[in-house]
Design a protein around this ligand. Structure first.
Ligand SMILES: Nc1nc2c(c(=O)[nH]1)N[C@H]1C(S)=C(S)[C@@H](COP(=O)(O)OP(=O)(O)OC[C@H]3O[C@@H](n4cnc5c(=O)[nH]c(N)nc54)[C@H](O)[C@@H]3O)O[C@H]1N2
Ligand SMILES: Nc1nc2c(c(=O)[nH]1)N[C@H]1C(S)=C(S)[C@@H](COP(=O)(O)OP(=O)(O)OC[C@H]3O[C@@H](n4cnc5c(=O)[nH]c(N)nc54)[C@H](O)[C@@H]3O)O[C@H]1N2
Ligand code: SF4
Ligand SMILES: [Mo]
Length: 741
């Protein structure tokens, strides 16, 4: 029989096993740091210093005791024979080793093991010589979502790079268009608490692959459906979520702006809106009313691929079946007009007044509520000391351009952590051309020998979340968590903060904040003006594991007076307005958009790469270069037990498009456009409508020809937020022809 813990909410409960007094067993509370809205509470069982079990924390209100399939197999990742365990220096030329699928420990053969002292000396010396020859901005940090832990994501790393005056990185690859679109209405990116979905009667999953990317929301949706709620999925791809829905709307990619405007056309013209909420809590309704007249359902039908009557039905149901909630996810904003799409969809609950209702509203993210003290963590002011000004900013989406074209100064040294740009960046061929540059000094701090380590000069071994302590916020719920260290670091692995502390010392940097410990930084993060953090301390988090944001804070209650709606339970962020705009109202008209060359209300501009553009004649198919349900971006793609759950190397096609090209299910095909080409296996399985093809992200070296689907995606940026346009890509597909010798 398994051993029971006495209290699974304590971060480390020691349990002496009855049969063998020598084995020390403990259960440690941690939090999953992967780039996923669910930010699960995790319990790790450790026996004699070795993790033996991982499970979802049953006490966490969202996790509810279960983990997604990939993290349930996390012991395979932590104890994988393929981990990077020691600092390594390149011993062979850059690029993947010959032979397909060289992704396991063999990739290490391109390197020789060195000590931490040698590695730190080499990096410090190269950084110093780069600074003296080209200036400090010739050094580029490159990081993203490997860990969303507050310390590992942005703390000592930023302090270090600000202190040396390195280029800044605009971290826009994922969510900035959506955040900008939502903020252009609400002034903040937050929304409906996920637990309230159980009280909804009409749930729209708008570009939200809930089963794949947000699985802990699903039980609440199921509960709502048991009580009669309807689930509508708006997604060109037939996800598992779409397959279970009451109504799946396979909208044409990049046309959501037009759909939202047409829905508002119906809602406003048929008097289905909430005049009181609009009068009290919004600005610019008259201009919106005028604007939506340009988007009647009949006109929008031809863009979206929906019938006018379906648009009307959706609008009427959304406005009248109450409460109605929209779970929009980031898929919608990976289109060129993704900022405007997010803006218009975010307007819908302001028009219907659905923010007043428990189980109503809208959620893209909850991150805007945490308000941790990022200024204290990141210390941007250190740039003033090192450079006398803010360093230049390079957009991470444009890495190909940065490495091949930027010349003022050129990027001469790059330090990659929390990211695998050789897999996840658009315009893969240009990225690889840049990474191959012999004059580029590249450091990669990693857990595995990824696509990017194949181009590294020095590889440093990184801890997993089992091996370090973290403070964890979330973007899909309102609980702050402590992730405690469960086991000692494997081999010579070090956490991000530990490496940057050591590098700062090695470079002789002396600002005191470069020596802060992890606990000190956690305390600094919690020292914030945000009233919702009141009463939340490191000690409490260590003892309780997770704590809900303090929406009932006395400060807010005093501000509101005794008349106010109870804030804590249920949390209704915008029931009384309280938008974070200068007027406190939702901005249906936003003058600032005009300065960005956009319509201050809203307008639909089809993406350059879409069926509505002239270019579509040469490359007529719209590609969705999607994520895999069982990987996390490029993470987990190399773990055999996780690979076994996923199908890779596929190009999903509609039977109409396939038969037009003489392609049958299982045929080898070539997908190509002006940026590149890739060989894949056709899958004609009904997941995509005519005119759309889809493929899944994977490590390049696990795909034949050492390339992945990002050979076809572009560096073009979105209308707001300068994000990536992974879902505005045109391609052509043909039966594979072997090249003649
Ligand atoms: N299993 C798993 N979970 C993940 C991730 C993962 O890779 N795997 N990634 C994590 C990360 S980094 C993020 S940002 C989140 C993202 O989570 P989501 O926002 O759900 O991200 P996507 O999968 O990019 O897009 C969601 C859906 O949008 C659809 N879509 C594409 N274009 C359009 C369009 O023009 N209109 C509409 N209506 N739909 C469109 C796609 O087909 C997709 O099914 O998930 C996180 N969770
Ligand atoms: N075609 C296509 N491309 C995409 C997307 C898509 O949908 N389609 N999605 C985009 C999106 S939404 C995102 S968010 C990006 C994600 O891009 P990335 O943030 O680069 O995400 P991952 O591919 O998960 O790679 C993260 C790496 O960080 C490492 N890592 C994990 N923890 C740590 C740590 O504590 N320290 C260090 N030093 N390393 C660590 C992991 O081993 C992993 O290799 O990809 C984007 N690229
Ligand atoms: S990846 Fe997401 S669903 Fe899976 S354990 Fe982590 S937070 Fe939970
Ligand atoms: Mo993302």
């Amino acid at each position: 029989m398994g051993l029971r813990t006495t209290c699974d909410r304590r971060h480390a409960t020691l349990v002496a096993p009855p049969y063998n007094q020598n084995i020390v067993k403990k259960v440690v509370h941690a939090a999953c740091p992967h780039d996923c809205p669910d930010a699960c509470g995790v319990l790790i069982t450790v026996e004699d210093g070795r993790a033996t079990k991982i499970q979802g924390d049953p006490a966490h209100p969202l996790t509810r005791g279960f983990l997604c399939a990939k993290v349930a197999k996390y012991l395979d990742r932590v104890y994988s024979p393929d981990r990077v365990l020691y600092p390594m220096r390149r011993a062979q030329s850059k690029g993947p080793l010959a032979g397909e699928g060289v992704h396991r420990s063999e990739a290490a053969h391109a390197f020789e093991r060195i000590s931490w002292d040698e590695a730190l000396d080499e990096i410090a010396a190269r950084f110093k010589s780069t600074i003296s020859e080209f200036g400090s901005e010739a050094i580029l940090p490159y990081s993203y979502g490997g860990t969303l832990g507050k310390l590992g994501y942005a703390s000592m790393d930023r302090r270090f790079f600000h202190s040396i005056g390195a280029s800044q990185l605009a971290r826009t690859i994922c969510s900035e268009a959506g955040a900008a679109g939502v903020k252009s209405v609400y002034g903040v990116n937050m929304g409906t608490e996920p637990e309230q979905f159980r009280q909804s009667k009409y749930i729209i999953a708008w570009a939200a692959n809930i089963h794949g990317n947000n699985v802990h929301l699903w039980p609440f949706i199921e509960e709502a459906r048991r009580n009669g709620a309807k689930l509508i999925v708006i997604d060109p791809y037939r996800t598992r979520t779409a397959a279970c829905a009451d109504w799946h709307i396979p909208i044409n990619p990049g046309t959501d702006v037009a759909l939202a405007l047409a829905m508002m056309h119906v809602i406003i013209n048929e008097n289905l809106y909430d005049p009181d909420y609009i009068a009290l809590h919004t600005e610019g309704f008259d201009k919106l009313r005028a604007k939506v007249q340009e988007y009647p359902p009949e006109k929008v039908a031809k863009w979206t691929g929906m019938s006018a009557s379906d648009i009307q039905k959706l609008a009427r149901e959304y406005a009248t079946v109450r409460p109605a909630v929209i779970r929009m996810n980031y898929g919608v904003q990976r289109s060129q007009n993704g900022g405007m799409a997010s803006r218009t969809i975010a307007m819908l609950p302001c028009i219907t007044g659905s923010w007043k209702e428990v189980g109503g509203g809208f959620q893209l993210s909850t991150s805007g509520a945490f308000g941790l003290n990022n200024i204290a963590l990141e210390r941007a002011s250190l740039m003033e000391k090192s450079l006398g000004r803010a360093a230049r900013t390079i957009n991470m989406v444009e890495l190909g351009k940065a490495l091949n074209e930027v010349n003022d100064p050129p990027v001469k040294a790059m330090y990659v952590y929390n990211s695998n740009p050789a897999a996840v960046c658009p315009n893969h061929n240009d990225v690889i051309r840049g990474l191959m540059r012999p004059d580029l000094f590249t450091v990669v701090h990693e857990q595995f020998f990824t696509d990017t380590t194949d181009y590294a000069d020095v590889v440093l071994p990184a801890t997993t979340f089992f091996e370090h302590k973290e403070l964890q916020s979330a973007y899909g719920h309102y609980y702050l968590q402590m992730s405690n260290q469960a086991i000692e670091p494997l081999g010579e692995c070090r956490s991000n903060t530990a490496v940057f502390r050591a590098l700062a010392a090695r470079m002789g940097l002396n600002d005191e904040c470069l020596r802060d410990s992890d606990d000190e930084m956690i305390d600094q993060a919690l020292e914030s003006e945000n009233p919702w953090l009141k009463g939340i301390t490191r000690e409490r988090l260590e003892n309780e594991g997770h704590i809900r944001l303090n929406f009932d804070s006395p400060i807010l209650r005093a501000k509101r007076g005794s008349e106010g709606r109870p804030l804590n339970d249920p949390f209704l962020p915008f029931a009384n307005g309280d938008f974070r705009t200068s007027s406190g109202k939702a901005l249906l008209y936003n003058e600032a958009l005009r300065e960005q060359g956009l319509d201050p209300v809203a307008s639909f501009v089809p993406p350059d790469e879409s069926r509505h553009a002239a270019k579509s004649k040469k490359f007529p198919l719209e590609l969705l270069a999607r994520k895999a349900d069982n990987f996390l971006n490029s993470t987990f793609t190399n773990i055999p037990s996780v690979q076994a759950m996923e199908q890779t190397g596929l190009l999903e096609m509609n039977s109409a498009d396939a038969s037009k090209r003489g392609i049958r299910d299982g045929d080898e095909v070539r997908a190509f456009n002006q940026r590149g080409e890739i060989g894949l296996t056709a899958k004609v399985n009904g997941t995509v409508p005519p005119g759309v093809v889809a493929a899944r992200l994977n490590w390049a070296k696990l795909t034949p020809g050492n390339r992945n689907i990002n050979v076809l995606t572009s560096e073009k940026l979105t209308d707001m937020g300068n994000s990536a346009t992974f879902y505005s890509v045109l391609v052509e597909v043909e039966l594979f022809q072997p090249t003649r010798q």
